[in-house]
Design a protein around this ligand. Structure first.
Ligand code: ZN
Ligand code: ZN
Length: 365
């Protein structure tokens, strides 16, 4: 019997264990068995490892993956866009599947809040067949209903993984809050979501982009992605940052703030930095980081629009692949993958992400 290795999270905050699982003996009509080429490590994986989100154990992490179709069911003839699919094709896929039946799928369409949403690398117990449900493995089994996308030939695997779920998350978030031609934009945070939001804001026509973030190697990336001004949060106080931002915006504040930090205090700081009638997007709070005190008077007085955004839909994956193909020379997503690890070192890859020591770590099984 053929098997696949996988790095398994069996207990929160413990090293990942390398285990072997049998490959499925039959592939369902709409399913595919995919050989993993490159699996990105997302910041969310670190939160999952700590047990900060409710997930089943054991689990194979990895929700930003590129692979090659090894074998597919007969009914799986095309990708999500109708392009013919065959064994050997290089693909990526939307990490989550929604049910198409619930209140949020049908009545109040917000598929990212589907009541039965399931995500590869997050919500499948890997002790149950078909076992191979995350990217940190030699193979992954894509269930019927997965939104699969053939990757354009000229688009490198590293670009897709380097952009990872950060780019699709940013595309969805910025769609909800809007960035217009000529806007002054503040991005709080210079991690993967901050950098991706910077790219999307820039491509949307933002006139000036200011980044509050750190550490310095991440701010260097922000500059390479086109930030006009970067401020290291470790080297400045809240008051100093506010003074700098007002100086850069004629004393008014920015049109839009994109929060990509995940620390509640950042929101308190950020809403003060919008101009009157400005917009504020809370994008970075995937984990529940707890409470914070703030003054709602600011929202009323400044007439702010605030929005949240959770995950993404398959159409954002499609948009991300198009975006990457079109802007390859402008935004160096592929160079973000600065370190790849073999599958045996999946835990080291996860630790590198937790320590922010690499721009983006990935596993090449
Ligand atoms: Zn992610
Ligand atoms: Zn649903």
């Amino acid at each position: 019997m053929k098997t696949s290795r996988a790095a398994v999270l069996t207990q929160f905050e413990n090293p990942l264990e390398l285990k072997e699982f049998p490959l499925p003996q039959t592939i369902e009509p709409g399913a595919a068995l995919v050989k993993v080429k490159l699996a990105g490590i997302c910041g969310t994986d670190v939160h999952l490892w700590h047990g900060q989100l409710p997930i089943p154990l054991p689990v194979i992490l990895g929700h930003e993956t590129v692979g090659v179709i090894e074998e597919k069911g007969d009914a799986l003839r095309t990708d999500w866009l109708g392009q013919p699919l065959s064994a050997g094709d290089r693909i990526t896929w939307s990490s989550s599947i929604n049910c198409d039946e619930c209140y949020y799928c049908r009545v109040k369409p917000q598929p990212t809040r589907c009541l039965k949403r399931k995500a590869y690398g997050i919500s499948y117990d890997c002790s149950v067949a078909p076992h191979l449900t995350g990217g940190y493995a030699d193979y992954i089994y894509l269930r019927p209903g997965t939104a699969i996308f053939k990757i354009p030939e000229q688009l490198p695997t590293e670009a897709v993984v380097g952009a990872g779920c950060a780019l699709v998350t940013s595309l969805h978030g910025i769609e909800r809050i809007g960035v217009s031609m000529g806007d002054n934009v503040l991005i709080q945070g210079s991690g993967p979501v901050g950098l991706a939001s910077l790219a999307v804001a820039k491509a949307s026509g933002a006139a000036q982009i200011i980044v509050f973030g750190g550490p310095p190697h991440r701010l260097e990336w922000a500059k390479r992605f086109g930030a006009d001004v970067c401020v290291d949060i470790a080297e400045s106080s809240v008051e100093e940052r506010k003074a700098k931002l007002l100086e850069l915006t004629g004393g008014f504040g920015v049109d839009v703030v994109l929060e990509c930090v995940g620390i509640p205090e950042a929101v308190v700081e950020g809403i003060e930095l919008c101009r009157d009638g400005g917009r504020y997007l809370v994008l970075g709070h995937y984990g529940n980081a707890g409470m914070v005190q703030f003054n709602p008077h600011i929202i009323t007085r400044k007439q702010l629009t605030m929005a949240g955004s959770w995950g993404f839909e398959p159409r954002h994956t499609q948009a991300a692949l198009k975006f990457l193909s079109r802007t390859r020379t402008q935004f160096p997503f592929e160079q973000l993958v600065s370190q790849t690890f073999p599958l045996e070192q999946a835990f080291e890859a996860l630790q590198a992400t937790a320590a922010w020591s690499t721009a983006k770590s990935a596993i090449a099984p």
